[in-house]
Design a protein around this ligand. Structure first.
Ligand code: G
Ligand code: G
Ligand code: MN
Ligand code: NA
Length: 252
């Protein structure tokens, strides 16, 4: 038995699922959209953590088919939600997917097939994709942006964050990694860093998402410091689509 072999069958055997986590506008505390997160439940192993299986899916290339499936599933679901409220869905793109020729064309086809308008789709990429082959990555990101979708830099602040990437990547949203959101509002050492990322991102014309917001203390500090969006257990855990509603409001 290997996890890799099990994962090869997971998509065909319907073992993959999508969970959705709310992303909230800090002014007004209204849902702006949801991040779509892949889940795998193996028939005997039970739920396998994405921290375990996503790297295997990337290394084996299985992420290409699984990611395309997730994108179509999330787009179709969000098109339905948009009959109630103008929410977006945010989908993670692995480096491996970014490198696949024709990605933007396939994303465009999915938008057409599902009827999701491009403003309903955010795509999250990390700096690691940019590092390996900046020119190819930039071309793909520009093609995606030309579709009218919103590009986000994910896990900002971790890995090899470089200010030149932030400036050169055609993104309009910066997602600050949850490691930096720990302790904000309590006078913790992350506060000056988060303030600086907010100032720099806003100066570049980008909007900012704080990830991993768990407390009202964090929320109040982020709002006072003009952070645009928040995501985290304070607002909701990733859950199946049936457990989410696109119109929830959160008390101030
Ligand atoms: O979903 P958390 O609940 O455990 O996710 C763990 C990690 O797996 C995160 O880094 C997240 O970005 C990644 N991940 C979850 N779903 C997807 C997906 O559909 N595609 C890619 N590339 N990464 C994902
Ligand atoms: O890497 P990415 O940011 O795409 O992955 C999001 C990861 O963060 C998922 O594993 C998700 O379950 C997790 N997550 C989301 N909100 C919170 C939170 O408030 N606290 C913690 N500890 N983890 C969170
Ligand atoms: Mn993400
Ligand atoms: Na993230």
């Amino acid at each position: 038995f290997t996890l890799e072999r099990a994962l090869r069958g997971a998509l065909d055997q319907g073992q993959l699922d999508v969970h959705y986590q709310p992303l909230v506008r800090l002014a007004g505390e209204q849902i702006d959209g949801f991040e779509a997160l892949m889940r795998w439940t193996h028939p005997t192993l039970g739920p396998v953590s994405p921290v375990e299986f996503i790297p295997i899916a990337e290394d084996t290339g299985l992420i290409v088919a699984a990611g395309a499936w997730l994108l179509e599933e999330a787009a179709a679901r969000t098109r339905e939600w948009r009959e109630t409220a103008p929410v977006h869905v945010s989908v993670n793109l692995a480096v491996r997917q970014l490198r696949e020729p024709g990605l933007a064309g396939r994303v465009g086809e999915i938008l057409v097939r599902t009827g999701l308008p491009p403003e309903g789709l955010w795509l999250e990429v990390t700096e690691s994709g940019f590092m390996d082959d900046p020119d190819a990555c930039l071309r793909t990101l520009h093609e995606l942006r030309d579709l009218g979708v919103t590009l986000c830099i994910d896990d900002f602040g971790t890995g090899f964050s470089s200010l030149s990437y932030l400036q050169r990547m055609p993104v309009s949203i910066v997602k600050i990694d949850r490691a930096f959101i720990t302790g904000v509002g309590d006078g913790g050492p992350n506060e000056p860093i988060v303030r600086a990322v907010l100032a720099m991102s806003h100066a570049l014309g980008h909007r900012v998402v704080a990830e991993g917001v768990e407390t009202t203390t964090q929320r109040d500090w982020l709002r006072a410091n003009d952070c645009d969006f928040a995501q985290g257990w304070l607002y909701g855990r990733p859950l199946p689509a049936a457990a989410q509603t696109p119109v929830s409001r959160f008390a101030d």
